[in-house]
Ligand binder design. Sequence first.
Ligand SMILES: *Cc1c(COP(=O)(O)O)cnc(C)c1O
Length: 369
Amino acid sequence: MSDPTPKPGIMAIDAYVGGLSELDGRDQVIKLSSNEGAFGPSPKAQDAYRQAAGILHRYPDGGATALREAIGARYGLDAAQIVCGAGSDELISLLCQAYAGPGDEVLYSEHGFLMYPIAAQAVGATPVSAPEVELTSNVDSLLQRVSDNTRLLFLANPNNPTGTYLSGDEIGRLRRGLKEDVILVIDAAYAEYATRDDYNPGIDLVDAGANVVMTRTFSKIFGLGGARLGWAYCPADIAGVLNRIRGPFNVSAPAMAAGLAALADVAFTDKARDHNDQWLAWTREQLLSLGLEVPPSAGNFVLARFPGQAGRNDNAADAADGFLKDRGIIVRAMKAYGLDDCLRITIGREDEMHAVIDALKEFMEKPSP
Ligand SMILES: *Cc1c(COP(=O)(O)O)cnc(C)c1O
């Protein structure tokens, strides 16, 4: 009997590996590896999720009507142009399924989110990455790599794992420089954390009728990564395409209930954003003072680069990762992103940030082996 053969390209995929959440032999860890909100889910979202348990025999509303209307009301959007998904990961995959295939190219930035090349390869398309400048996506570099075969351009803004972002003006310049039929997907997973004046999640570009899709998630500031809930704001025709190919009940009822309650708990997200503003700045300052390189971040995490040390040929980021793990602290190693000398650290609670900085201080002061 011969083995079934997957479609071309699929075996070339390096499967996505999420952040660790456990360490052998430890009941308690500090998990700063997946950019999950520092405070977990809002208590109101937890209640709504529990209440949905009583109606689990019912199929969910496949149109996610109540949730789309609430999102529309909160952000001033037409609910008909919103498509919900089981995480924004699903929407990224659906966009690739609908618009790219063998012979097509999917463009993204050098240190862009790994789901972009994975979703592209899964449909047989070719991922193409554009070099960054100072760990920041670069409009000219992206535009130079557009070809006749480019179908989609994914840009996380702010970007994960670098934390850097492009201003609204730069994104506008990117859109104007693209061929009209290339869909620009702005992945604004961290939009709620981005507080700078020149930041813009991209709603106006979708409204301007350009081929722009903005994706958002409930996995970060809303603290609902375990529920799997995201949404896309699209031109009406693209929403129509995604609605044709998505699963008819792609979002579960408890996830929608939790999402609705989380969206309404504005005080909770305000608190989370204020906390992030304070501890993101503090953490970056601390890391800089330890001699690490840290690009300015607009998300709820920082990327820390460990400079090579003379006389020390082990990888300092690796060594620091091991040192932290020994102390029960999990951060994210960055090899899969080609950032071998970096670790990404999520902004957690105050005590967690003190713990990780104290441990890194100890690590940096340790004499080289
Ligand atoms: C975390 C993250 C997401 C969210 O993915 P979900 O599937 O919604 O959990 C999307 N894009 C980027 C860049 C992220 O970092």
